[in-house]
Design a protein around this ligand. Structure first.
Ligand SMILES: [Zn+2]
Length: 336
């Protein structure tokens, strides 16, 4: 019978020379397998005189543990030799697992982009409150309670006279109450309306408000600023146009369209055959609004605009349903 010490030395040598997980496994089988050398010697212990058995068994067991430890050590690469890939085990030669990095929501990305465009043109950034007083949401914006345009803003009231704001325009009043002209701000934020959700409406949406008040502000200033904005968001090749429109708090008022990128202005399904896509509403601040904030409209005038952030994101990224932004579908969100 082989001496246990000799077996350990032989095994140590073979383990250190093993160059692959396969050869390491065959060393294990050779010594520790069911028909392995050590198992064979262990079986022979039964043939020894009863008095010698415990000592011989303990010695073999020690050698067995030592060989197993050498195998484990080699597998995990803790010895001086190179690590060996082990099926089902840890392969230390593989590159580390990549971490999952989150990213900003597409609406946050487009908001940051729009804000930075206006910031570069000299606009500051302010925020308003999402829970707003009726006075700021309507009345001070030249929209008294009998005004028909309030109907489409029918909204979430939290208490009499207190509601979730239906647009970012109340920021205009709050900022003009506190700041004397010149005022030049954009105000991004969340708004709420009691709209039935569909592909282009959601009860919760975002707007960016813009306001510029100073001496001698003209409609040409408004057009120039918004044209530059549209070119930088949608690309220099896109055309823009202004259509007359009505808002209670601006006069004159307009809506601004960009040419449809899908058809180049010829008309297609995306633009409902018009060749144009509406992106925002704007106009010159109504003199009545200045009266509410005690700014002399004989000296100062200004322009204001407001755009839906989801709308801009949908047009820019080609998203056809506003609800996709709110479903938290990681497959959708990780595209941006
Ligand atoms: Zn089109």
């Amino acid at each position: 019978m082989s001496r246990p010490e000799d077996l350990l030395e032989e095994a140590r040598k073979e383990i250190s020379q093993a160059s692959s997980s396969e050869s390491l496994e065959s060393v294990r089988v050779k010594y520790l397998g069911r028909k392995g050398l050590l198992t064979g010697v262990l079986r022979d212990v039964g043939k020894l005189p009863p008095g010698d058995r415990p000592r011989a068994g303990a010695e073999l067991n020690r050698v067995k543990i030592a060989i197993q430890a050498l195998l484990d050590e080699r597998k995990t690469g803790n010895d001086s030799g190179a690590a060996i890939p082990v099926p089902g085990g840890v392969d230390l030669t593989l590159p580390g697992r990549g971490r999952f990095f989150g990213q900003r929501h597409p609406l946050s990305q487009i908001t940051a982009e729009i804000v930075s465009i206006f910031y570069s043109m000299g606009f500051g950034v302010v925020e308003g409150c999402e829970v707003e007083e009726e006075y700021y949401n309507f009345e001070a914006l030249n929209t008294p309670d009998w005004h028909p345009s309030r109907d489409e803003h029918d909204s979430f009231y939290l208490a009499p006279g207190i509601l979730l704001r239906t647009h970012t325009s109340p920021v205009q009043i709050r900022i003009m109450e506190k700041t004397k002209p010149p005022v030049r701000i954009v105000a991004p934020g969340r708004c709420f309306r009691r709209d039935a959700p569909d592909a282009s409406h959601f009860t919760n949406f975002h707007q960016i408000e813009g306001l510029y008040v100073d001496r001698d502000v003209s409609f040409a200033n408004l057009k120039g600023t918004l044209a530059e904005f549209a070119r930088r968001v949608f690309g220099p090749e896109r055309e823009i146009r202004f259509r007359p429109h009505y808002f209670p708090f601006t006069e004159p008022s307009a809506e601004m369209d960009v040419s449809c990128a899908n058809c180049g202005g010829k008309g297609c399904r995306t633009c409902s055959g018009k060749g144009w896509l509406e992106i925002l509403g704007c106009g010159m601040v109504h003199p009545n609004v200045f009266k509410y904030v005690d700014i002399d409209c004989e000296i100062y005038n200004g322009y204001a605009f407001g755009m839906g952030i989801e709308r801009i994101a949908m047009l820019k990224y080609g998203v056809n349903d506003i609800r996709l932004f709110y479903e938290n579908d990681i497959e959708f969100l990780s595209q941006f």
